[in-house]
Design a protein around this ligand. Structure first.
Ligand code: PMP
Ligand code: GLN
Length: 384
């Protein structure tokens, strides 16, 4: 393994899912639903396969049906207009979109600012691109019950070498959803310092209570400097299909495509047609999906609190970050390694998402995208 990748080893998700399999523990670690997405969308995939749509290389930017569905979704939901021919690129999940964007835009030595804790692929992809990651820590505010961005820290992190801000809202693993005010401040900073922005909005449909998902690209001066990433894995519960997309100004999307064509070239032909249909589902699909996840959040959050964890109730995503210190524990890593044997449950230690490991040490993440009876059983075990 070369020096760029040596520090990354095996992803925590693979490690913890393997532990779940070998111990038979309930897997609340890796974020994937235990119920597949809509039957009619699975049927759409079968139809595409059978009718011979997408069984050979689809077009490089993605099939026109999906690109059009992506732009219609952005227009309908957010009032953002994109040209399906020049401003959309279909990728192998959000993961490839992130990788291709960083490989395309970052010069060796460029600084990339990302929130810490960060989704694990960010650090690895910044490294593969030869960039330097500059973490800005989202800090736990016990009184507010959430993790919050310190805008001054973000401003201070920008230097003459900063190339790009890598934003994630709703944020994995903390569940924080950036507010309009925070996003406006980020946008002002990006314009003032002439920065590119890559924004990972894969949980755009998973926001709860009075939180609102506002795409960064909607703020003044942002459309031309922002690449927005999303994915069908989270919104439609098909994490195995690996259909994601990027939207943004033509020069930026073309740059990402330059990198993408040598990574996977194209992918998931028949699934692209099915995801086009998914994006066109009636509004009730999205409302019901959100309501279902909200009830799961409430169930698991209450259970974790009763079991003695300090719970940071998420405003978005399908993850709950907890603090294990009220349980008399200090090391989330050791806690997660022992939890399958101890309680028959798998969780993720947030420390792996930090450069400042000590900041993340006491935090542990649980996924709630699971059937109600599974969550109830997990809660029962944790309480015991
Ligand atoms: N970004 C974030 C914040 C994620 O949580 C995930 C996956 N869960 C991804 C990107 C990757 O998405 P995909 O499965 O579409 O590659
Ligand atoms: N995004 C998922 C999570 O955060 C996992 C995806 C993966 O395993 N790469 O749990």
């Amino acid at each position: 393994l070369n020096r760029r990748l040596a520090e990354f080893g095996t992803t925590i998700f693979a490690e913890m899912s393997a532990l779940a399999l070998s111990t038979g523990a309930i897997n609340l670690g890796q974020g994937f639903p235990d119920t597949d997405g809509p039957e009619e969308i699975r049927e759409a995939a079968v139809r595409a396969l059978r009718d011979g749509r997408g069984n050979q290389y689809p077009p490089g930017p993605g099939v026109p049906e999906l690109r059009t569905a992506v732009t219609a979704h952005q227009q309908r939901r957010y009032g953002l207009s994109y040209d399906p021919d020049t401003e959309v690129l279909v990728t192998a999940g959000a993961t490839e979109a992130i990788a291709a964007a960083l490989l395309a835009l970052v010069e060796p030595g460029d600084e990339v600012i990302a929130f810490e804790p960060y989704y694990d692929s960010y650090a690895a992809c910044i490294a593969m691109a030869g960039g330097r990651r500059v973490p800005v820590t989202l800090r736990a505010h016990e009184d507010e019950g959430r993790f919050r961005l310190d805008l001054d820290e973000l401003r201070d992190a920008v230097t003459d070498r900063t190339r790009l801000l890598l934003i994630n809202t709703p944020h994995n693993p903390t569940g924080t959803v950036l507010t309009r005010g925070e996003l406006a401040a980020i946008a002002e900073l990006a314009v003032e310092r002439d920065l590119l922005v890559v924004t990972d909005e894969v949980y755009e449909h998973l926001v709860f209570d009075d939180a609102e998902h506002v795409p960064l690209a909607t703020f003044p001066g942002m459309r031309e400097r922002t690449l927005t990433i999303s994915s069908s894995g989270k919104t439609f519960s098909f994490t195995g299909w690996k259909v994601g997309w990027v939207t943004g100004a033509p020069e930026l999307v073309t740059a990402v495509r330059s990198a993408k064509q040598y990574l996977t070239y194209v992918s998931a032909g028949p699934f692209q047609y099915a995801v086009a249909e998914a994006l066109s589902l009636p509004e009730s699909y999205f409302t019901d999906f959100r309501a279902d996840m909200l009830s799961k959040r409430d169930l698991l959050a209450a259970g974790l609190a009763e079991a003695g964890f300090r719970v940071y109730r998420p405003s978005g995503t399908y993850f709950i970050t907890t603090d294990v210190r009220p349980l008399g524990e200090t090391d989330g890593f050791a806690f997660c390694r022992a939890l399958p044997e101890r309680a028959g449950v798998v969780a993720i230690p947030n420390a792996v998402f930090y450069d400042h490991r000590e900041e993340g040490a006491p935090f542990v993440r649980f996924a709630f995208c699971k059937r109600t009876e599974v969550l109830e059983e997990a809660v029962k075990r944790l309480k015991a």
